[in-house]
Design a protein around this ligand. Structure first.
Ligand code: GLA
Length: 729
């Protein structure tokens, strides 16, 4: 890892262990352009010629009449709207006089060890020895506007973090109508673009399409990162596979509206941007005020999509997720087991069953507070329903504790039911636009988290419950999009700030929670996986992946999620059968195999299982305790995708020291007249020898990788098997 400024060439060079990123200055004017991002270059290489300053259109100083065409093609590191750059900008402004042009010129730079935190925002972190930051300050003298661009590289990660801090140094207010976080310029390499669109219970499908002229990408305008889109975009060579070819990835450390866009321009060059969606955004900067964009993470790999995923996983696990090392107990969640229909005795019975099977944590999901027996009431009233739970959560927690089972709790702090004491006392706490009837979704309104008194009111109620009862785990849910986006606490000219201020309010609440209750394991959730993003991972090491816990659908959802996020981040449960989301019937063991690599649990009434199924739980738990850490902390390899081949799914994890490897194989559909399948493995030490548990077969790592493991073709659908290899020398 290093950041170097080459004075003579006026080039900034950022090196990660395997990649190089180059920025260059155009003499005189001080335009800042991006020269290169790709595999690591030899020492001292600056590739300045790639700025193409000798080509027409030459820079404006040499031929002022050519300014327009220069703007139209130059790879601006942080493009601003105006001046003649017609591609998507990162920065757009509106001045007090109504103008909207902005031009940024280099002013100064500074290279420092470490990485400053982003105030109020989730962001990657690292110590002074482990990372370095380049800050380049650009300015528009006509506006008195300054932009501080930050780039951080890490010694142990092939990722680059980018963000921008915009400062109004002028004398007039300025409105930022777009302030994105990162920009990437590439010459087209016959790219495919990959995004992860989806829907509720079908979150994150992998969509890969050819990058053609024009704009494409992903976006959310729902106030959350959403089920429908994920704040991620990849560009890979059209021929790239899991293990081969160039792949670039951009992920956004943010949980609200976003734009992730790739644009192939008239000259066959790509501009890819990532940031807060400009639609619905307008941030007023008074003289002296600053706006900090969230952070985007860029990775580049020449080891295909697998290399890209591993780079993201490593960065997120070691530099973003703060609770990564926390124990991930196997849990039993009450939701699919009984929905709202429970009382103290029922929960105690679930606890007894959990204890008998060796499950460590019972999570009491929705329905424990106010008088909530269905979706219509009580959000906002975070007091225990003593009719259902006499003695409250204290008694329940103590009685469970006596059985060796700890207590977890569901909350939905961002919401308010019209039928709640909170709404009756403070109807203005719900977001609504004056003069309009607010839109209900799931019978609830969204709280105005831009207001401190609203956040405090809900936080204090929930904190009181957590202080009183012995709670070790919290599931923070959020079950509807933002629609009536308006806050009476802000003047008309600041209403464009509400979406982002909402997200800042959410982050403030979660920061309080993890600070006040450091022992609690936090799991985020958003009607399933509607907010599965890197921003949330800063607060909670795990996120509920989808309300669709049916094993076969889950394999695909988890595969797509793992393109960016580590398995350690995915809540994964053995759920009811037939599935409550798609009706599919799958064997109990296979459901366990699909959930194994994630943060494992059960979401069903153990009392309704057959004796045989119940007897399989201790085996599943033993496998989770033995192999869970390999999936959560090791290197991930996607060996096969059911989406592609139509028959089977296989993923593999290898410990960082390459001493233990586990393959999680699922035959989704059986095939007639097939005896066995040869599955080439990955990630092993070539010359070391590995023994396969079970068969006892010993081969070199190369033997397993080139020869492949032989898997029996079983005459059954939905069959799961683990292959475990231990290094013996
Ligand atoms: C959401 C969550 C579920 C469950 C319900 C409770 O849908 O994703 O897991 O907690 O809310 O209302």
């Amino acid at each position: 890892m290093a950041i170097t400024y080459f004075e003579r060439e006026r080039v900034f060079r950022l090196d990660t262990p395997h990649t190089t990123y180059l920025l260059g200055l155009v003499d005189q004017e001080g335009f800042l352009g991006q020269i290169y991002y790709g595999p690591r270059l030899p020492e001292g290489e600056t590739l300045r010629a790639l700025l193409r300053l000798e080509e027409r259109p030459v820079p404006p100083s040499a031929d002022p009449r050519e300014r327009a065409s220069f703007y139209d093609s130059f790879p601006f590191a942080y493009p601003a709207h105006g001046g003649g750059d017609f591609r998507t900008p990162c920065l757009s402004v509106q001045t007090a006089g109504g103008g909207c042009n902005c031009e940024l010129f280099y002013e100064s730079h500074c290279i420092s060890a470490g990485k400053p935190p982003l105030e109020g925002l989730p962001a990657a972190y690292g110590g002074k020895d482990g990372c370095a930051t380049l800050e380049i300050t650009c300015a528009d003298p006509a506006l008195g506007l300054r932009v501080h661009l930050r780039y951080t590289v890490f010694s142990d990660s092939d990722a680059i973090c980018q963000s921008a801090l915009v400062e109004n140094g002028g004398e007039e207010p300025i409105v930022l109508t777009a302030a994105l976080s990162a920009c990437l310029h590439l010459d087209d390499m016959d790219f495919d673009c990959i995004t992860l669109p989806g829907s509720w219970a079908r979150e994150r499908e992998i969509v890969r399409r050819r990058l053609v002229k024009g704009r494409t990408g992903a976006e959310s305008l729902r106030g959350i990162s959403s089920h429908q889109a994920n704040p991620f975009l990849a560009l890979c060579e059209h021929t790239a596979t899991q293990e081969r070819g160039r792949a670039y990835g951009m992920a956004f450390v943010y949980s609200g509206n976003f734009l992730a866009q790739a644009e192939l321009d008239q000259y066959g060059k790509v501009r890819s941007v990532m940031g807060i969606h400009p639609e619905g955004f307008g941030w007023q900067l008074l003289p002296g005020e600053r706006f900090q964009t969230p952070e985007a993470v860029l990775v580049c790999s020449d080891e295909g999509l697998g290399g890209m995923s591993r780079a993201f996983h490593d960065l997120f696990r070691t530099h973003l997720i703060r609770g990564q090392a926390k124990r991930r107990p196997a849990l039993l969640n009450s939701w699919e087991a009984c929905y709202f229909d429970f009382d103290h005795d029922k929960l105690l019975e679930l606890g007894r069953q959990a204890a008998a099977s060796g499950i460590e944590l019972l999570v009491v999901d929705d329905g424990w507070f106010g008088h909530r027996n269905d979706e219509t009431t009580s959000l906002g009233d975070w007091t225990v329903n003593e009719e259902k739970l006499p003695g409250g959560l204290v008694r329940l927690g103590e009685e469970l504790g006596a059985m060796g089972v700890s207590l977890g709790l569901w909350v939905e702090p961002e919401m308010i039911s019209p039928d709640s004491d909170l709404y009756r006392a403070h109807p203005d706490y719900a977001m609504a636009i004056p003069g309009r009837v607010p839109t209900l979704a799931r019978n609830q309104y969204v709280l105005d988290l831009t207001r401190k008194e609203v956040r405090d009111c809900v936080y204090e109620q929930i904190a009181a419950v957590l202080r009183e009862a012995p709670i070790t785990y919290v599931k923070w849910d959020m079950n509807r999009p933002l629609i009536d986006v308006y806050s009476p606490s802000l003047p008309p000219e600041r209403q464009g700030e509400v979406y982002h201020r909402y997200v800042l309010g959410l982050y403030e609440m979660q920061e309080r929670l993890v600070t006040d209750f450091p022992e609690i394991l936090l799991e985020n959730c958003c009607s399933g996986g509607g907010r599965f993003d890197a921003g949330m991972l800063y607060y909670s090491p795990q996120i509920w992946t989808s309300d669709n816990a049916e094993a076969m659908d889950r394999l695909a959802i988890q595969e797509a999620t793992a393109l960016v996020y580590p398995y350690s981040a995915m809540g994964a449960h053995v759920a009811c059968c037939p599935s409550h989301t798609n009706g599919r019937v799958t064997p109990f063991l296979t459901r366990g195999g699909a959930a194994l690599p994630g943060c494992f649990g059960y979401e069903l009434d153990l009392g309704e299982l057959t004796e045989e199924e119940r007897s399989q739980i201790p085996l599943q738990l033993a496998e989770y305790r033995m192999f869970g850490p390999v999936f959560r902390e090791g290197d991930y390899y996607r060996l096969a995708s059911f989406r592609d081949n139509g028959y089977y799914d296989a993923l593999m994890a290898v410990t960082k020291d390459r001493s233990l490897a586990v393959v999680d194989y699922t035959q989704v559909r059986s095939r007639a007249n097939l005896r066995s399948l040869r599955l080439p493995l990955r990630g092993l030490e070539e010359t070391a020898r590995y023994r396969c548990q079970g068969s006892g077969e010993v081969r070199t790592g190369a033997g397993w990788m080139l020869g492949g493991a032989l898997l029996e073709a079983v005459q059954a659908d939905f069959y799961n098997q683990l292959v475990v290899l231990e290094r013996i020398d």
